[in-house]
Structure formats: C-alpha cells, structure tokens
Design a binder for this molecule. Sequence first.
Ligand SMILES: Nc1ncnc2c1ncn2[C@@H]1O[C@H](COP(=O)(O)OP(=O)(O)OP(=O)(O)O)[C@@H](O)[C@H]1O
Ligand SMILES: [Mg+2]
Length: 403
Amino acid sequence: MSSVDSKLYQFAVQTAKEAVALDSQGKYRQAINKYQRAAEILMQFMKYNKNPQMRMLCQKNIEEYMERAKILKSQLGGARPRGSKPSVSSNESSNADKSETGVSSEEQELIEMISGTIVTESPNVKWNDIAGLENVKQAVREAIVLPIAKPELFTGARKPWSGILLFGPPGCGKTLLAKAAATECKATFFSASSADLLSKWLGESEKLISSLFKVARMKAPSLIFMDEIDSVATKRGEGSESGGERRVKTQLLSEIQGLKSTHDNLLLVLGATNRPWDIDNAMLSRFEKRVHVPLPDLKGRVGIFKIHTEGVNTALSDEDFVELAVRSEGYSGRDIANVCREVIMLPVRELDMSGLLEDSNKDVEVRDINLKDFKKTLKKVKPMTNTALLKQYNDWAKEFGEA
Ligand SMILES: Nc1ncnc2c1ncn2[C@@H]1O[C@H](COP(=O)(O)OP(=O)(O)OP(=O)(O)O)[C@@H](O)[C@H]1O
Ligand SMILES: [Mg+2]
C-alpha cells in the first residue's frame, strides 16, 4: 500500500473504532454518523486500491457498517438496538458451544469473542470424499491425525510439528483435506479464514487471535485451521503495511512460536494457501512441515468425476471415466466439479426448454448424462490454472517444500 493509501485506510479504521465506541456507549445517533463516515472513507480508499483481497475486505466492512447504521436507525427511540456491533460479530454465538456446561465466565467471554469469526463445529468431510492425493493424505494423517489420536507415540524427540502448511494451486483440495483431518481426529476444530480475521480489525484482531489460542488451549486437543494464511502473513516492503496488519501478524507469530516451546497440551496449527510465495519469512519458518497439494493426476481425476456425479444416472462406463480424465489434464478438482455441475444440469435444462416441466401433474423422465455431454462441456469450461503458474508452485515446492 502506498502511504496515502495506508493513511486513508487507517483513517477509516479509526473512524469505525469511534463508531463502535459510541455504539457501546449508547450514543446511537453519533454512532450512525461515524459508521456512515467510515464506509465513505473505505469507498474512497477502494477507488485507489486495486488489491483484490483488500477490496473484498473493504466491501465486507462497508456492508457491515451500513447494515449496523441501518439497524441503529430503524430502532432509534425504541429499546436497546438488537444485533451485534461490527467489531465482533456474534450473530451465531449461541450456536458455537451451547452444549457446553460448566464453562467459566472468562471462557464464555472468550468464546463469545471468537464465535462469528471462527467456526468450531466439526466439518464432517470424510477421506473418501477426496479423490486421489494418496501421499498427501498420508502426510496429513501423520502430521495431524496421529499426534492428536495417539499422543503417546509422540514423546521425546518424536515431536509433532506444531505448524503445518498446505500449499498448491486453487481448487485442489487443501480446504477439503483440512476438514477431513478435523473430522477424523475428533479434536476441537477451529476454522478461521484469515481474511475474516483481518476484516474484524478495528483493533480487535489481536485480541481475537489471542482468545482463539486461549480457547483452543482450554479445549485441547485442538486443531486451528487458518485458511488463506497469505492474507495475514503477506510479505511486504518495509514500512508499507499498516500498524494493524503488523500487530495481527506479530500476535500470530508469537502464538505459534509459543506452541513450539510448550508441548504439554496438543494444539496444532494448520495453514493453507494458494500463494505460498507471498508468505512472510518469519511466518513461513513457523510452518515447519509444508505439504504440496498438486493438481490431480489421472487417477485422481477419475475419482473426482465419480464423486461429483454420484447419485445421478450416467451412461458412463469405467473406460469413459478414464477418457474424461485424459481429456481433463490440467483441470483442478474445482474445475472438474464445475464441469460435472454443468453436465448434470443439461438434461434438466433440455426438459425445461422443451416446455415439459410446465405441467406439474405430468411425470417427466430425466435422461442419463453421457460422454458426449461431458466432451461438449469440457470444451466450454476451461481450467483455471496455467502452466506458468504450475511451474511457480513446483519451483516453490522444490525450494521450500518438503519431499
Ligand atoms: N481431490 C478432490 N476430490 C474431490 N473433490 C475435489 C478434490 N479437489 C477439489 N475438489 C472439489 O473442488 C472444491 C474446492 O476444493 P478446496 O476448497 O479443497 O480447494 P482449495 O485447494 O482449498 O482451493 P483454494 O486454494 O482456492 O482455497 C471442493 O469443494 C470439491 O468440490
Ligand atoms: Mg481453500
């Protein structure tokens, strides 16, 4: 960020902080003005800042501020306004841990602080939902599932890695793998999208991060999953990051460092990124185990086509699936999932266009999807990753990854 950019942004953050403070003090009319002002400043900022991640954050914040202002306006004069203030959104706070009993008030406070930004329920993804990636699955099991399930095996010099990083092209299963690991190891699972953590800035992010680690420690064994870790740990030119960003990063670094020195409670941090080269060196060094999640190979692609056509009638033989896999070289899992979704809709679209769905009393028969549908759609839906980008992942893996 240029210095003008960063000043403008800090100004927006400052204004939003004031809004939240006024909001807490019950000075709603003034709070409304400040929220609107903060949103306006962010809009100005977005005119100059072209960074897509940053723009997304701003967009989200703007919506939050406008929404809060709207709620305050509609309830002015009435009772205490409902809903949460933007700094700590906790609309779903009661869901996160309502079955817990005997939670201390301090713990409850921390939990409330992290809920809304951090999801704690188990994701329910099975290893079988992920096709291929056999080596990667094994590595994730060794690094995450076993240390938590069988802590007695990991004593003395055989210590688990406290930080594990999954990296690779978009849409190849990093988030899925994290979820499957969490489902299997039955640890308390905390999932925080890094972009989300940042969007809750307003000076609260550091507290949020330290609360997250505190609660995770209380509920050990725990797995903290930080998706899109590059957005909190970006490598930047000296002095170009804002104070807020730097503080969040420092807090996160020190929490992860703390994990390395104390191993009495099991707490693992799993990061994921599709921009590993953007990660700050200090952060990278905390993630000792780095696992490359590459594009799916032929066998993997067969599996992905099968998973994403499950439950739908197909006229495809095993050989047809292999042919599809051959034709989809270079596609990510997400690309293939998109192809399947398109194809599955084709027969329904045909029926709709022929007007057969208009009569709700008539039973209609949906035809099976076939190889031709796939061939046609594969020509239309192109892979998102190109060879230059793939080379970048491979080069990075050679230099920083591990065998
Ligand atoms: N190996 C796989 N088996 C089955 N489905 C897959 C596989 N890889 C990707 N997919 C499909 O693609 C979608 C995206 O995968 P996922 O979210 O795990 O990607 P990612 O690597 O985290 O991507 P990003 O870097 O963009 O976050 C999944 O929800 C799933 O539908
Ligand atoms: Mg992901």
